[in-house]
Write a protein that binds this ligand. Structure first.
Ligand code: FB9
Length: 467
């Protein structure tokens, strides 16, 4: 359809600029150009003057050509007639296509598509909109009303609502992966469901002296109520006292006055080794006597830390403990090889370290294949005899153990930079809902051939490469 632009409409009504220019003049009378501009407007006069000259409807005069004179009686404004005909009949195919195209180029008209809809009453026509029921109710069935009800058309292809089920927190996903690894290595889970522990099990049973700075308020959370624990095995406590004050034969102990009161103070456990100690005591005193055992735990521990981007006042400690006859550091290194390969690290280095309850102790470092750098991945050691003998473990039984956190590996697996985005009241539930499955890739064991087999493999390789 043809629709005139504003300019086109004004020409159709008032005539083209050239026609308006000539009609502003009297035949054979000289007129100043400026007077014409004042009469019809400078813009229109500018456009009209040129065309009127081209049509020889006017001529210019005066020394400075500042005058114009109309030199025709009658003019025929064809463009105005054309534009008026478009108003009368908007169908473009009724008009000369080339002329319409020219008019379009001069922006005097535009070709538009006009859609018209013929609306008639449908079979469900109703003067007002009735919301059709979408659900068949018991009431409708009971009253028989369902027979006369038109239900809204069901869209059976609509995708159902996402069932808003529960979502596991990344830490718990990594915890279950680590639990799986410990279980498949034959470890048994320790009961770590008590966050409140006595100082006795958390420190004294581990031969951590009562003056040790870690036992101070600024490192440990003490419980106000109940301030003191109920029970500590009496006979065992006396042996622990002896070990603290005088050591065992061959060691002097810490030579201080060990206090039961101090040991009875309740705290939030600072490590799950408190539970390991209790389990070892039970192992030594169980019916039928000591049996070799492998234990593990993964649970929360609490320390009065200075908070920062990677430290909160609590974290999850993972711990493995092996009690057996005549084992030592070499067994521990063997366990590390298997365990850390399963969590994706197979290049290990060790650094001598100190723990009050283990000697020797080692810090463990692993080369992380994607971080492409060495990362401290845990701590470990051989529990001291001063800890084991008071429990009643046989002299030829040793206990090796190691620990690591759950947050560090989780932050690496899920690329979390700030621990507050992982744990605590500011964690966005969306990230908990959206985090991917935790898939920890064990590093495949490399086929290490014996030298003789390697020689054969090299010869075969050499032959194949010549073919
Ligand atoms: O977890 C730690 N690092 C780590 C572990 C795994 C990991 O996984 C990679 C993706 C594959 C990456 C990093 N660390 C121990 C080392 C450091 O992060 C350290 O700075 C922080 N440590 C915590 C304690 O900090 C107050 C991590 C936590 C820790 C340290 C020691 C023990 C347990 C947890 C222990 C022990 C122990 C020793 C002897 C006997 C029994 C238990």
């Amino acid at each position: 359809m043809i629709q005139l632009t504003d300019e086109g409409q004004s020409y159709a009504t008032n005539g083209t600029p050239e026609a308006q220019y000539v009609n502003a003049l009297v035949k054979d009378e000289e007129t100043l150009k400026t007077d014409v501009e004042a009469k019809i407007g400078a813009q229109l006069a500018k456009i009209g003057f040129g065309k009127a000259m081209k049509n020889k409807w006017i001529k210019i005069g005066g020394d400075k050509k500042e005058k114009v004179t109309r030199c025709v009686d009658k003019i025929e404004d064809k463009d105005q007639d054309l534009l008026a005909s478009y108003v009368a009949n908007k169908e473009e195919k009724k008009h000369d296509k080339k002329v319409v195209e020219q008019m379009k180029k001069r922006q005097l008209l535009a070709i538009i598509t006009e859609k018209t809809f013929k609306v008639t009453k449908g079979k469900n026509y109703a003067p007002d909109f009735k919301k059709l029921p979408t659900t068949l109710t018991a009431e409708m069935i009971r009253t028989g009303e369902w027979k006369n009800v038109a239900f809204k058309k069901q869209n059976w292809n609509a995708s159902g609502l996402n069932p808003n089920g529960g979502h596991l927190h990344p830490l718990l996903k990594v915890r279950s992966q680590f639990r799986q690894i410990f279980l498949e290595m034959g470890f048994n889970e320790m009961p770590t469901d008590k966050f409140v522990e006595s100082s006795f099990w958390n420190f004294d049973s581990l031969i951590q002296p009562q003056s040790h700075p870690a036992r101070d308020m600024h490192d440990t959370f003490f419980i106000k109520n109940p301030k003191m624990c109920k029970d500590v095995p009496e006979q065992y406590a006396l042996k622990v006292k002896e070990a603290h004050e005088h050591g065992l034969e061959g060691s002097r102990g810490y030579e201080y006055d060990w206090k039961m009161d101090e040991a009875m103070k309740n705290i939030l456990r600072t490590h799950t080794t408190a539970v390991s100690s209790k389990m070892l005591y039970n192992l030594a005193n169980q019916e039928g006597g000591f049996k070799p055992m492998k234990y593990f735990s993964i649970d929360r521990v609490f320390r009065n830390e200075t908070l920062d981007a990677t430290h909160l006042a609590e974290f999850h400690q993972c711990e493995g403990v092996i009690a057996d006859y005549n084992i030592g550091l070499s067994h521990l290194l063997g366990i590390f090889t298997t365990f850390f390969k399963k969590i994706g690290i197979d290049k290990l280095k060790y650094k001598p370290a100190y723990n009050p309850y283990t000697e020797p102790s080692l810090e463990i470092f692993g080369y992380h294949p994607t971080l492409k750098r060495w990362v401290e991945i845990g701590n470990s050691g051989v529990f001291r005899p001063e800890m084991l003998e008071p429990m009643g473990l046989p002299k030829d039984v040793s206990v090796i153990a190691w620990g690591l956190s759950l947050e560090r590996p989780t932050m690496i697996y899920y690329d979390v930079k700030n621990i507050r985005d992982l744990f605590g009241h500011k964690v966005s539930l969306t990230s908990t809902k959206k985090n991917p499955i935790c898939y920890i890739q064990e590093i495949e064991p490399k086929a290490t051939l014996s030298p003789a087999d390697q020689k054969v493999a090299d010869e075969v390789e050499a032959k194949l490469s010549k073919q």
